[in-house]
Design a protein around this ligand. Structure first.
Ligand code: ADP
Ligand code: ZN
Ligand code: ZN
Length: 722
């Protein structure tokens, strides 16, 4: 028999199964990991098929490694799908399904010594310390050896072990992530809206349901009830959340509802934790996985439901190798299992909402908050007026006032700034004017090297100006602000107020968890942060949310900047007044009449959508076309430029033959240098209908090209073109 093996080495040349013969005395099955001879040495590989015979001369498999199969028929089908959809290499896909430490043979089950009383032993013990140990074990049952030696010292314990009065044995320890997060959830009676949502989920014949519910409408309870029903039918569930920092909150609720049937998977776990959680899912000891994007690859069988919370969040798209869109994979996985996908959001992405309105998804709506307090009221503050009134602070008088009131009442506030505030757009401090491309309606980026403003959708260049063309003042300034600056400013007005901050500098795993827990425990009155604090958090004592500079998102050089700003304003407002106290929001802006704010502060998603989708259609942006970016990078600027130029001409030839390529532009990337690599980009708009065919041609050109050591990658509808 012949095994078809994908070798565990990532390279375009090796991107195919290799045939190996299975020795007679060896049992090899699909899904096994094996060691095979390769060139002059050996390598690990994955068996993806077993066939009768091979057309070529084959070498023997040397060894099967590991005790269990790493993937199933379903994995292999998903793999084929991901190859066609995302143009990924076999091995890069398989690696997503297997903890890396397992592949590299680095993790094992964790074992520790334990002790317990030996009931059969007939030994006399007189030493008082030893008697204390025995008494303790009688009460407590088995205990880790390390705990006993800590409590009583090593000598008495060892003496008892030697006498045989106490038994010492090895025991497998579960590495449970977020061990300290205990289940905590109160049972509720579902509201009519929640019951209707469940009805839609289970009664529609559509495989995907958009759960469009305002912040605080109780989406989590719908997820829990839906999962309960799926488990009752003997099936399993995947629950995706957009951010690792949200997993403790979700785990608390899920452990409350499902106990230890829940496993956690995300990239922030230690190797050992990830291995143990993965194994529990593989061996069907856990039926539910909670996790970030990568949990979509959890080794569950018979998946009955996949829930994607805050579905609009960009983190569901992997934007580094391997590039993929988790929601599309979720839908395919659901199809293979005849399962449901639930996409939950208060602010669905334009793409998702369009699909829902087009009838591809079913829609369930929850337009009301659970509490009868309603949505928090939003005050829009015109920062231009503040400047004119002689208030130079980044805090408007209104925000200062609201902060004071909030502190006086013993409540908490969250202050939000946009992480992208460091980008290089310019804005007039007097009138709020921001230069935009006349043909694309996106904000221009300042390129320092060239001293020009550039549109990086069409490549048009505009001269840099220092005088505002709208009002004539010479106060065109770069937009810039950070969490530190906000805290400094806060302390100017409220020197005694304690503030915590959360941004991408906060240490990934525990740092964020600690900050969020401290804030939940009321150890600080203010939490200052970036995008990370906008998502899903439920802090009952927060009654004020301040958007210190709401515009920063708006001026991102991106066709999605309106959408993202709408989402952020809605999500941030959603953090205020979630419990029984009323919430307030202060939104500071230089463009108070912008339609994004008008609709976001009125919680009017539908009108926002209508306006936005219209703009996308007339300017031909996704979801009406596919936007393709090919990025070419190299240590030497000239090499990168030449490589990109060469590709440009090949794509231009392709464009002549393929009418589905609508536009092609080549330019230096806005972020001209990243990690020492100089970057150039080619941006194309292609027709949606046969996007995969055209993408295939683009990949073919790139694969055929003599790349030398250029880094080239292709993105479809990327979240950002920086
Ligand atoms: P969302 O995810 O839609 O923003 P949550 O699921 O976090 O909202 O729910 C908001 C709050 O309402 C939570 O504190 C939750 O415990 C509570 N809640 C949800 N459903 C009910 C219900 N049917 N009855 C009472 N309280 C509920
Ligand atoms: Zn101006
Ligand atoms: Zn343009």
């Amino acid at each position: 028999m012949i095994a078809r093996v994908i070798v565990d080495r990532s390279s375009t040349q090796l991107d195919r199964p290799f045939d190996y013969s299975i020795p007679d005395n060896m049992l090899v099955e699909k899904g096994d990991r094996v060691v095979v001879p390769f060139g002059k040495s050996t390598t690990n590989g994955f068996v993806v098929d077993i066939v009768e015979k091979s057309d070529i001369e084959t070498k023997d498999i040397l060894q099967v490694v590991g005790e269990f199969k790493c993937f199933s028929e379903e994995t292999l089908e998903l793999m084929e799908y991901m190859r066609k959809r995302f143009f990924l290499k076999y091995v890069d896909i398989l690696r997503l399904f297997i903890p890396s430490a397992l592949r590299k043979g680095k993790v094992k089950d964790l074992e520790r010594y334990f002790v317990r009383l030996n009931d059969k032993a007939q030994v006399e013990v007189k030493a008082s310390k030893q008697l204390k140990v025995l008494e303790y074990l009688k009460e407590e049952g088995e205990k880790p050896l390390s705990e006993l030696t800590f409590l009583f010292g090593a000598y008495p314990v060892n003496a008892l072990v030697e006498k045989g009065a106490v038994k010492r044995f090895l025991k497998k320890i579960d590495r449970v992530p977020l061990k300290s997060v205990n289940g905590n959830r109160k049972e509720v009676n579902l509201t009519q809206d929640q019951q209707n949502a469940l009805k839609t989920i289970f009664e529609t014949e559509k495989d995907t349901i958009l759960l469009h519910g305002v912040t605080g409408s109780g989406k989590t309870e719908v997820y829990i009830e839906a999962i309960k029903r799926v488990l009752k039918a003997g099936r399993t569930a995947i629950m995706l959340v957009p951010e690792i920092s949200l997993t403790p909150q979700t785990m608390r609720i899920f452990r409350g509802a499902f106990g230890d049937e829940v496993a956690l998977l995300h990239s922030g776990l230690s190797d050992g934790e990830r291995y143990d959680e993965w194994k529990k899912l593989l061996l069907q000891e856990c039926k539910i996985v909670v996790g970030a994007r990568s949990a979509i690859f959890a080794p569950l069988q018979n998946v009955g439901i996949i829930i994607v919370d805050e579905e609009h969040d960009s983190s569901y798209n992997s934007e580094s190798n391997p590039r993929y869109k988790a929601i599309e994979i979720a839908r395919y996985r659901a199809k293979l299992n005849n399962a449901k996908v639930v996409l939950g959001s208060a602010t669905p992405s334009i793409e998702t909402y369009k699909l829902a309105l087009d009838g591809e998804y079913a829609i369930a709506k929850m337009p009301k908050r659970i509490t009868d307090k309603g949505m928090p009221s939003v005050a829009i503050v015109d920062m231009k007026q503040e400047v004119m009134r002689g208030n130079p602070s980044m805090f408007s008088l209104r925000l200062q006032h609201e902060l004071k009131e909030t502190f006086d009442r013993g409540e908490q506030a969250m202050l939000f700034i946009n992480r992208l505030g460091f980008s290089s757009f310019i804005r007039c401090k007097t009138c709020g004017y921001v230069p935009k491309c006349t043909s694309c309606d996106v904000t221009l980026t300042f390129h320092k090297n060239e001293g020009k403003l550039i549109c990086h959708y069409c490549g048009a260049k505009y001269p840099m100006t220092y005088k505002c063309p709208q009002c004539g003042s010479d106060s065109l300034k770069f937009g810039k602000m950070g969490t530190e600056t906000v805290i400094e400013e806060l302390h100017k007005f409220f020197p005694d107020v304690k503030a915590l901050k959360l941004d991408s500098d906060t240490k990934a795993k525990d740092g964020a968890t600690d900050v969020l827990r401290d804030f939940a425990d009321n150890k600080a009155q203010v939490l200052v942060g970036t995008q990370m604090i906008a998502k899903g958090h439920d802090f009952p004592n927060v009654t004020l949310v301040g958007l210190v500079d709401a515009d920063l998102g708006l001026y991102q050089q991106d066709f999605r900047s309106n959408e993202r700003t709408f989402q952020l304003v809605t999500q941030m407002s959603g953090r205020a007044g979630r419990a029984d106290k009323e919430g307030r929001v202060v939104l500071q802006t230089y463009s108070p009449t912008n339609y994004v704010y008008k609709y976001a502060t009125a919680y009017n998603y539908d009108d926002f959508y209508r306006k936005e989708v219209n703009i996308r259609e007339t300017t031909s942006f996704p979801p009406f076309v596919s936007l393709i970016r090919v990025l070419v990078a190299h240590l030497k600027r000239e090499t990168a430029r030449t490589g990109a130029g060469e590709l440009y001409f090949k794509f231009r030839d392709l464009k002549k033959e393929n009418p589905h390529i609508k536009t092609l532009a080549g330019m230096e990337a806005p972020m001209t240098k990243l990690k020492d690599l100089f970057r150039f980009q080619l941006v194309m708009r292609i027709d949606k209908e046969n996007e995969l065919e055209t993408l295939g041609q683009i990949y073919e050109i790139i694969n055929k090209m003599d790349k030398k050591d250029l880094t080239i990658f292709v993105e479809q509808d990327p979240q950002s073109l920086m």
